[in-house]
Design a protein around this ligand. Structure first.
Ligand code: NAP
Length: 328
């Protein structure tokens, strides 16, 4: 049986792993089969993670976090959790492969999933012009006309990125004011290829085998109109990914996993949660990383109280491949 299992491989999961591994808890990270690395794998330049003044590509940042976790003894499995047994002192994690892993503690850091508009054409044409990831699919829209839905940082980031490929990008927002940060807004406002469509919601996506247009409804006067586009990128936020713990962990009214104050302690002893899955407000890579730190420290304290703890962390020189660093 392991000391701890971490579910999720975004900034929260890997930061928890770095701390737990350095405490010699030999964590197992369940990284997911297709979404390993989390949201930042679908991002281009990350300009606000401290320590990277020239920015760093999202996938590069996640690779570095994983390497840092593995360097101290984290094991990473590319598989999906299908069920959790959180009752009692032994936590059981069943994977898609059928394997069952047991641990004294668990860190739940599953992040959040793309929100959908919830209209018929969106589902029907998903993957055929409707996308949730500009960096994955933008390339297919060279010299085409695209719409991005949303008014937050994600929508501004996606729209700006898509202008590298598209001839024109409409940003469709349901209000007349953006939620995005000022710097992201200005970047979008200054981009000649971007045109804002204010006070509008997408009520249908048209096209037989591929997207050919949108039906928009004016949120002020209710009037409807059509807009010809070749693609629709939905960037209207995310919802915490909690389906594995429904009925097992308490949730907040916002749908995030409930934690006790500023700690990562959930409603079940030995189960800790971190990152976007507990955060309805800030949801930044750096806040998720900080939250992963809290979870790993809470795990350490919990295991210590049980009389269970990892061996003292090895000196850097004892770990293969580590450069020797002079003590400051
Ligand atoms: P968000 O901030 O929650 O914004 C979602 C946007 O979509 C809002 O403008 C919202 O409209 C709109 N929306 C929500 N549901 C909708 C619906 N059903 N139909 C139409 N529009 C809908 O989400 P986000 O942009 O994904 O950002 C999430 C977090 O990640 C934020 O904290 C953000 O700062 C962060 N982030 C940061 C960066 C960066 O710093 N580079 C990049 C991406 C994301 P209303 O405004 O009317 O509510």
């Amino acid at each position: 049986m392991r000391h701890t299992i971490i579910i999720g491989s975004g900034p929260a999961g890997y930061t928890a792993a770095i701390y737990a591994a350095r405490a010699n808890l030999e964590p197992l990270v369940i990284a997911s089969s297709v979404e390993a690395g989390g949201e930042l794998m679908n991002t281009t330049e990350v300009e606000n993670f401290p320590g990277f003044p020239e920015a760093i590509m999202g996938p590069d940042l996640m690779t570095k976090m994983q390497e840092q976790a593995e360097r101290f003894g984290t094991e990473v499995l590319y598989d999906d959790v299908v069920s959790l047994d959180l009752d009692g002192p032994v936590k059981r994690v069943t994977l898609g492969s059928g394997a069952v892993h047991e641990a004294s503690s668990l860190v739940f850091a599953t992040g959040s999933a793309h929100r959908k508009i919830g209209i018929e054409g969106e589902e029907r044409l998903s993957g055929r012009g409707v996308s949730y990831c500009a960096t994955c699919d933008g390339f297919f829209f060279r010299e085409r006309v695209i719409a991005v839905v949303g008014g937050g940082d994600s929508a501004m980031e996606e729209a700006t990125f898509l202008t590298k490929f598209a001839s024109k990008v409409y940003v469709i927002h349901r209000r007349d004011e953006l939620r995005a940060s000022k710097i992201m807004q200005e970047r979008a406002f200054n981009n000649e290829k971007i045109e804002f469509v204010w006070n509008s919601e997408v009520i249908d996506v048209t096209g037989e085998d591929a997207v050919s247009g949108l039906v928009l409804r004016d949120t002020v006067d209710g009037s409807e109109r059509e807009l010809a586009v070749d693609g629709l990128f939905v960037a209207i936020g995310n919802d915490p990914r909690t389906h594995l713990v429904h009925g097992k962990l308490d949730l907040t009214p916002e749908g995030t996993v409930w934690v006790d104050g500023r700690s990562s302690r959930t409603s079940v002893p030995g189960v800790f949660a971190a990152g976007d899955v507990i955060d309805p407000t800030y949801r930044q890579a750096v806040t998720a990383a900080g939250s992963g730190t809290v979870a790993a420290l809470d795990v350490e304290h919990y295991l210590a109280a049980l009389g269970e703890a990892g061996e003292p962390a090895p000196d850097a020189a004892e770990i293969d491949g580590l450069p020797e660093v002079d003590a400051a």
